[in-house]
Design a protein around this ligand. Sequence first.
Ligand SMILES: [Zn+2]
Length: 429
Amino acid sequence: MPKRTQAERNKGFYDAKAERMDRTERAAHKGKEALRIFKHAYENAPGYRKFLDERGVKPETVKNNGDFVRLPVLKKNRMPELHQNHPPFGGFLAVPLEKLKRIYVSPGPIYDPEGRKEDYWGLRKCLYNAGFRPGDLVMNTFSYHLTPAGIFLDEACNGIGCVTVPTGIGNTEIQVKTMAGLKINGYIGVPSFLLSLIKKMEELGYDTAQDLAMEIALVAGEILSPSLRKELNDYGIIVRQGYITADLGGVAYECPQENGMHISDDLHIEICDPITGEPLPAGGIGEVVVTDFSNECYPLVRYGTGDLSALDEDECACGRTSYKLKGIMGRADEVTKIKGMFVHPRQIDEAAAGFPKEVEKIRVIVTREGVTDMMTVEIQLRQGVVRSDALKASLEEKIREATKLRGTAVFVPEIPEGSKKIEDKRNWQ
Ligand SMILES: [Zn+2]
């Protein structure tokens, strides 16, 4: 396989007409499709009908997109329970079981059905737009059994004309020998494993300048830090992220701009308040709520993924007109609403990271005085660090920057082992 330049990989669209669609036209299309799949789910998936009936929702009252956003969010973390009460799919399957192609098993256990439609998971465009091209020789290091990642990405590779080497997870040495022996130029898997493969290669005495043919990687399932991306780029590898899940398939993908993930045209996304399910104003960080209108078998409507992100509505220089997700910023069940703002543990760590020499441990205690939330930030200083008003003031400043909230810093002798980063002590009675 001849080498492809990065410019060649960055050029072109999987489906230019769809990806460059006028924004108003796309929004209208998505709105219409969301309503259609909602009706389909209500009529054909008894589990979804029950879910709405129990909440007193009358489907005939959902006439437009304004009504649609008031539908209750179906939380992903409730699915194991719903599935177990009515096995095997909690009543969410909208076609007879024999219409399926495969059934995957995710922890829970949750059974994820796959229908027979071509490119069922919408992953071909995700691979193509990330930079994979026909003829690429791709090692797929995701697992090929139980969970879908291995097989569904394998099929997507096939669908765009790539050749796969299904290595799955496991024996690094065999993987390295295969990678060098076949001059593999594409990688699919978690980003850290690609780096371990390269390090192993060096350890085994290979010369990466000669023996490493890797040009392009699609990574998912793990946070890609800028430093890890840079390290892999230094080996001449393009690294692009995909937001891919076992129940929705391809949700969003990075383009050559590498500053956010374009939302797939197969689904409608809202960024919502994780507690009320209400859509947030543009740019706000909230839960990714998905309505997948491409899936007639297992239609998910206002499905709360539990992932936190924000929308980027700016025009992308790549020419794709879809909105982007600004990466996955954490888990919705870890956020706490304080004074009307969502605070994630990572924001607290971010504040502490500004004081590597002073701060040993940090946690937030939320209490309520009357109708006002109070945020107290407990700080355990490193040994030998002297408590001072100046340090207290600069800590409070950093906390305000990271959380957009005013909190009171207090120095404590010790933060107990295993305590939560945000301790909510408010009494709602
Ligand atoms: Zn783009």
